[in-house]
Design a protein around this ligand. Sequence first.
Ligand code: ZN
Ligand code: ZN
Ligand code: ZN
Length: 202
Amino acid sequence: MTDLETRVKSISYKLISEGVDIYKNNQLDELTLVKHACSSCKKAWYMNLTECFFCGCINSYLYYCFKCKVYSSTTGGKSQCGTCEEPRKKICFNEKCVSNNSNYQKELNRPKNGLMDRGSPSSVSQTHCLSCGSEYNEYLTRAVKIVNINNTKDVKFENSFLFFDRIIFVKNDENKYLIIKNKMEIKASNKFENKINLNKIF
Ligand SMILES: [Zn+2]
Ligand SMILES: [Zn+2]
Ligand SMILES: [Zn+2]
């Protein structure tokens, strides 16, 4: 793999891990980034998130064992409790939720892997922004070009950059990033950052 290929792969990996979808054309250094975001505050909008149907509490990604009364992580874990081997359930994290009332708790969590399991009849996808409460969401699209450079003095604006919404300059040896929108911003070329700042892209 060339330096640029490795660079583009590692940038893509970071962006995907932050919930950004990536579409590629046949140019290695050109990416189209799509983020599903809140229309007001631009924070990520999760389609696969579940809210408790009863209280609106957000999926905690925790399992609960009714017998041992302990929570454990759902990531990579088996659905059986490691201690007692009873099936663990994804229950609502809110103790005061009616679904955790002792009269209903077992019954409501019986289907699938529990109330908060994706695809369970009582879970729904995100209906409002987790940060600001807005009900509106949208897909933000950015055409991005990645430019590998060796020195800060190599930061130059080329006319071909006009076709892109953002240019990401990467200092090859230092893993530092400069994200610019237009020619005006290129003066800030000493403002390289240690990580990709998503707020500068969307
Ligand atoms: Zn609940
Ligand atoms: Zn147990
Ligand atoms: Zn918001």
